[in-house]
Design a protein around this ligand. Structure first.
Ligand SMILES: [Zn+2]
Length: 286
């Protein structure tokens, strides 16, 4: 293990019965445990259960389910408390529901996974949410079953013959044992099309509440601003509009961070200065 001094900068690789890591100094112990749990779970998802389809198209499973199970198993083994587990879930819910690419289709993950940070993170959040959704969906049908049964069946199915691999088709097939009418619609809507996963369909045993939160919203098209110095597609409900910016304004300067709490500044022709919070309020589950 090598210690670096750049916060949030980390990397690593799995080796034979070991890992090699490059980690920032002063990392919170819990994040260290969860990272190890995540990497170790890949000895199952990836190591023992291989995949058949395009890598990026099944990241919702290989990464999202790994993020889910690393936390579930860390809680069950007492490495993190139930309260810590809830805080982790809330963080994933915020990351998912507030993601600027929330409703992008699965094919977008294939094209932009290595190019855009928000797209790269999407399958982790989407898969985590989908695991929670399915776990509760299964329990609604029969409270003695859970997603764990599906995972064990999947493991057995992929070990039965040597070249049997994970595929969405195999996953759907195994799910039929627990959800008799299958999950074709859920996979098509939530994974392939990227519709928002609504937990209200499965909330009988989840203590959820909706919280109103700010999400980053510039109020107009960022690319056109950067490339053509023009305010385009302004949303009349946005804070940018309320601050006085209008469609077609020419910009001569700006200061924008992707943080809804930090004031955005836009300077237009004649040195008019507009300042506003680039946010939109949204109800999300916690
Ligand atoms: Zn991973």
């Amino acid at each position: 293990m090598i210690e670096g001094d750049t916060p949030n900068s980390m990397g690593g690789t799995a080796l034979h019965n070991s890992f090699a890591f490059f980690l920032p100094s002063g990392m919170e112990p819990q994040n260290y445990y969860l990272m190890l749990a995540h990497e170790y779970f890949h000895s199952w998802l990836g190591g023992k259960i291989h995949r058949e389809e395009q890598e990026e198209l099944t990241k919702w499973f290989t990464e999202g389910f790994t993020d889910y199970y690393s936390r579930v198993l860390a809680m069950r083994s007492g490495i993190i408390s139930v309260n810590d587990f809830i805080l982790e879930c809330n963080q994933f819910f915020r990351n998912y529901y507030l993601s600027p690419v929330l409703n992008e289709p699965n094919t977008r993950i294939q094209t932009d996974f290595w190019k855009k940070h928000d797209v790269e993170k999407l399958p982790y959040y989407r898969g985590f949410m989908f695991a929670i959704y399915l776990n509760n969906f299964i329990k609604l049908n029969n409270k003695d079953n859970s997603l764990d049964n599906v995972m064990l069946d999947l493991f057995k199915a992929t070990q039965a013959t040597k070249d049997k691999k994970f595929s969405t088709a195999l996953f759907k097939n195994i799910m039929k044992k627990y959800i008799p009418h299958g999950i074709d619609k859920e996979i098509a809507d939530f994974i392939e099309k990227g519709k928002t996963i609504d937990l209200s369909n499965v909330t009988t045993n989840l203590p959820l509440q909706k919280i109103n939160m700010g999400v980053f919203d510039l109020g107009f098209d960022l690319d056109t601003l950067v490339n053509e110095y023009v305010i385009k597609n302004i949303d009349i409900k946005s804070n940018a509009y309320k601050a006085g910016l209008r469609e077609g304004n020419k910009a001569i300067g700006w200061d924008i961070t992707h943080n809804p709490d930090q004031i955005a500044t836009i300077i237009t022709a004649n040195n008019n200065v507009f300042k506003y919070r680039p946010e939109q309020k949204k109800d999300i589950y916690q």
